[in-house]
Design a protein around this ligand. Structure first.
Ligand code: SF4
Length: 293
């Protein structure tokens, strides 16, 4: 049996930067409360590690960012890699809080492109995941931004502004995007479309498409991570017989290793490298085979 790691996989620059910023902030202000508004990156192991350093994550899917911010009276608040609205930043300042913005540069780049089109009088169609913090931050920019999450929601939009711009959340699947963009062009022939999948997401997706003879693909990551879920989807679309999302080696069911010749391991952009190594180590021990190039 062969065990291979998909390259690239795991941490992206935005995640590395956000974790570094959070740790540095606590190290520089050991006597102040440091909060993260939502999960810094979508991985519960990262949240636990931050908690062990005294960094408090405020995360409740039933609460808005503004409601979470209401729970903080003093200290420093860190905004997550997914981006944050200007209104929340302002609210933090008005409450007398200091803040650190860990928004990824790629997320900010997309937001700035959208803002430019809005200034020019465009309505923006944004392809993203409902309730995802990156989409929430974008939607908070203007009422002229319309979220679509599939072809149905795109068809139901009835926009009469002749100036339309379409773009997407940075962690979407390029396959879904292709179909959606084609539909948008047929519905609104003059629409301007700009694909904004970040490099980290697209290179991890494309690497799966290049896999050959893969019998089993483990995708290591958190169920809350959009880019991780997209890797699972891409694996299935690519025709890989078994594609399994696991959070750590503890989720591996040994029965899945039977009658398998080639196993690949990939991971979402927010999955710590140690978790990926543990999965590979576990598989090597179970099968007696080493990781091959
Ligand atoms: S997945 Fe892309 S957009 Fe998200 S943090 Fe990483 S580099 Fe930034």
């Amino acid at each position: 049996m062969e065990i291979k790691k998909v390259i690239p996989s795991g941490y992206c620059k935005g995640v590395v930067n956000a974790i570094r910023l959070a740790k540095d902030t606590k190290a520089k202000h050991p006597n102040e409360n440091v909060y993260v508004l939502g999960m810094l990156v979508h991985n519960s192991f990262v949240t636990e590690e931050l908690s062990s350093l005294g960094i408090i994550t405020l995360d409740d899917s039933k609460k808005t960012k503004s409601e979470l911010l209401d729970e903080i009276d003093e200290g420093i608040v860190i905004f997550t890699a997914h981006g944050i609205s200007d209104a929340i930043k302002e609210k933090a300042v008005n409450k007398g809080l200091k803040y650190v913005d860990a928004s990824c540069v790629d997320v900010l780049k997309t937001q700035n492109i959208i803002k430019d089109y809005l200034k020019d009088g465009y309505d923006v169609i944004y392809f993203g995941k409902p309730n995802h913090p990156e989409a929430e931050a974008v939607l908070s920019i203007s009422d002229h931004i319309h979220l679509v999450n599939n072809e149905d929601t795109l068809r139901k939009l009835n926009l009469d502004n002749p100036k339309l711009f379409l773009t997407n959340q940075t962690t979407m699947s390029y396959l879904e995007l292709k179909d959606l963009f084609e539909l948008a062009k047929s519905l609104y022939p003059d629409i301007i479309i700009q694909e904004e999948i970040c490099n980290a997401t697209s290179s991890r997706q494309r690497a799966i498409y290049e896999l050959k003879d893969c019998d089993l693909l483990y995708v290591v990551g958190d169920v809350k991570s959009n880019n991780t879920n997209q890797l699972v989807q891409i694996g299935k679309n690519h025709g890989i017989k078994k594609v399994l999302l696991i959070q750590s080696f503890k989720d591996i069911d040994d029965d899945d290793l039977k009658d398998v010749n080639k196993i690949y391991v990939t991971a979402g952009a927010s999955t710590p490298p140690a978790l990926i190594s543990e999965v590979i180590e576990y598989l090597s021990q179970k099968t007696g085979d080493q990781l091959s190039d």
